[in-house]
Ligand binder design. Structure first.
Ligand code: UDP
Ligand code: MG
Length: 304
């Protein structure tokens, strides 16, 4: 392989418990990559951590001068916003052929990155996703995630890849297009899924978190789900159109025939959920509530 540069974006929010382990694994990764003529550059994004992450991250940068940087936020802007900051930095640096995003908590094994790069090079891919084989996570979390992805795929003309999160390799030109396209609230998986079909997968077993707790609260998960609907839901207007026509038929049917209370209940349910959804969409899109803040993140300090 000719020498290639890859930027690795790592968002971290209150990860002091896992960071010392993460650093060790990244040191090892760096050595492995250099052996195959790949030069990694680590871009940490400290998403307003209130613990000791600030100091830990700065000391890692000090130890790896010229090979790493950390962007500190003024507050907690969320995982997807942190990715945006890392992507912006990589684009500005303009050295990397590929940009990889990975969680800081080691649920995404850094060792897989070697495989992702090799695959991208060998097959000239635009995106390589790390795809979960087994998920050792709470059953309820897996179920809600599956239901969510099913819904997203119904309202979108483009399918989301299954069992993938934000552990992926993206070629620089695709990254630039994605960053240009991304609107608040950002749902990166959706943004990239719409830009290219030239993608590949490497499989891995996702383990449970070994250090620290999840930083995705229920509220944050809900926000991500809304971002997913807004990013992917290009079929929503068409679905609502058909549904409106169906409502007219239902109305006529209701007044023509004698229906059992069961069917009347179903008709009413369909009608009122239509009204509810219309109002919801009006609030989301029409009043632009989700876009009230144009700012995606604020940088306090960059240490490099
Ligand atoms: N994260 C972040 N900001 C947040 C929440 C999470 O930067 O507001 C980071 C977190 O530190 C981790 C990654 O995003 O590196 C994924 O979060 P987490 O592991 O808590 O999510 P889970 O794996 O439980 O879905
Ligand atoms: Mg995690």
């Amino acid at each position: 392989m000719n020498k290639i540069v890859v930027d690795i974006v790592i968002p971290a929010y209150n990860e002091e418990q896992v960071l010392p382990y993460t650093f060790k694994r990244l040191d090892k990764l760096q050595k492995d990559l250099i052996k195959i003529n790949v030069e990694p550059f680590f871009i940490f994004v400290n998403d307003g951590s209130k613990d000791n992450s600030y100091k830990l991250l700065n000391s890692f940068v000090k130890k790896h001068k010229g090979q790493t940087a950390v962007i500190h936020f003024t507050a907690n802007f969320g995982h997807q916003s942190a990715l945006k900051a890392g992507y912006d930095y990589a684009i500005k640096r303009n050295k990397a052929k590929y940009v990889i995003s990975i969680d800081a908590d080691l649920q995404d094994p850094p060792e897989l990155i070697t495989k992702m790069i090799k695959k991208a090079e060998r097959q000239s891919l635009d995106i390589v996703y790390a795809q979960r084989r087994i998920r050792r996570e709470q059953k309820s979390k897996v179920f809600t995630a599956d239901a969510f992805y099913w819904l997203i795929n119904q309202i979108s003309s483009k399918k989301l890849p299954t069992e993938v999160a934000d552990f992926r390799l993206v070629k620089m030109n695709i990254l630039q297009a994605g960053v240009k396209n991304a609107k608040k609230p950002i749902f990166w998986r959706g943004v990239f899924s719409r830009l290219t079909d030239n993608v590949g997968f490497v499989k891995y077993n996702r383990k449970t978190r070994e250090h620290g707790q999840t930083k995705y609260s229920l509220a944050k998960m809900l926000k991500l789900a809304i971002a997913g609907v807004l990013t992917m839901g290009d079929k929503i207007p068409v679905i609502m159109g058909y549904w409106a026509i169906a409502n007219i038929f239902i109305f006529v049917l209701e007044h023509l025939g004698e229906f059992s209370s069961f069917w009347l209940f179903i008709f009413n349910f369909l009608f009122w959920s239509y009204i509810f959804l219309t109002l919801l969409l009006l609030i989301w899109y029409g009043f632009g509530i989700m876009e009230k803040d144009k700012i995606i993140y604020v940088v306090k300090e960059v240490v490099e």
